[in-house]
Design a binder for this molecule. Sequence first.
Ligand code: PLP
Length: 523
Amino acid sequence: MVRQSAGTGSVHEGILRRQSARESAARTYARALPIVPVRARGLTIEGADGRRYLDCLSGAGTLALGHNHPVVLEAIRNVLDSGAPLHVLDLATPVKDAFITELFRTLPRGLADRARVQFCGPAGTDAVEAAFKLVRSATGRTGMLAFTGAYHGMTAGALEASGHAFDVRVTRLPYPQDYRCPFGIGGPRGAELAARWTESVLDDPKSGVPRPAGMILEPVQGEGGVMPAPDTWMRRMREITAARSIPLIADEVQTGVGRTGAFWAVEHSGVTPDVMVLSKAIGGSLPLALVVYRDDLDVWEPGAHAGTFRGNQLAMAAGTATLAYVRENRLAERAADLGTRMLSQLHSLADEFPCVGDVRGRGLMIGVELVDLEAEASAETEPGAEGEGGVGGDPAGGGVGLRSGSDPADGRAGAGATARDRSDRAVGPTDAQGAVRAPRPAAPDIAAAVQRECLRRGLIVELGGRHSSVVRLLPPLTISDEQAAAVLDRLADAVAAVARGHTRPDETHQSRRRNGARAERAG
Ligand code: PLP
């Protein structure tokens, strides 16, 4: 795999050296992934040093079709060759018209026939800001409901500094988690408790939370550590918000376009949100972001949401090609199928290596959480908390004994996992007194070591999660079975090397600093 000459090596080193001397201390991926990509195709990136890597970061989940897919390149070339303008603000063009037609064709039923679209500045975070503005205008209210572990972007205060007096008051509510359930229960009942908490915050006149303008959620939290929301919980959020006239905003920036095994992740639960925030894959690897919403929310005055770069014709053409290719080739189904198989193999890895605390995901959005075996599991919860008739019984069923990703009614990838002993990998195993044992502490250093060992083996993976202890896989939906096997082989090899202590020391402290920053982002 290593095809490095003295010449290519020095180019590579020189570029990296100049990067660290000239670019901001806030740079992120570049710290843990000191590579210099020069060519890429599909899953593969080639570095300036001649090394080739399997890219399971995919531009932070942007590249649904991998790098430089032929249909994407053709779409871009067609626009370039046609002499069409590349920059047109929000004017109508045939390229944009075709994009909207393809986009609306894919939207969840219930939204498609009543949808309006607003193109935003080119990043996901711009579309999130637009969604907040929209629901504030529509409801006349200001506060927002969001969830622990959420990640919606990096902008803050741009509107404030522009003289818009938007008081962004956000109330954080518990996002359901199986492995580190804040209620110590996990599974369907943990999710039900999380839903009840949300309900009580909204209905208790003394909760200190006035009726909000909207609720924003990710159907699968990505940066938060690959947390698939149970479908029952998604439906509860829909019911709770609908009953109180609170617009529900689904942030599908990372989960959209087939990534989770459905074209849009909300489709798993059948929930129709009032607003969807879309970016990443919809631009076919080029910057594009938009907000789609039901027409009755369209109370904006002309110019209420503006921005110079809302008419990127190349991104729209690349996006049209990507959306159509995913739809026509049923890549969402492919993601569901392959994701389930990959998760099952990763469960075997977890059985072999106790430092793998949990494996979870949906479709081709997969997370492997590393834990610290030398530290004691943190807290214990009440005896019998899992027993029949415990708090928050699950109307949809789901048996005791099924652990991580374990709600059969939810159909999440991994739901078919057996109830074999995953002692340190699941909330739920009980000790002799019947107390539910908490999982072992997260191990960001071990995760960073696995990431480094993956890179040494030619595999690019991302870290995420509240503690930056989750190795994340976001391969393109076009990944072949053979490539998936190669990814899992390299990952398994890296985990084995770390578990056996056969790793190279961390040359810099940069990855740790970067991970700390991401952990903060993930809340
Ligand atoms: N929303 C979600 C769910 C995301 O994962 C991200 C980025 O990772 C964003 C919003 C922000 O998108 P951007 O980085 O393009 O601003």
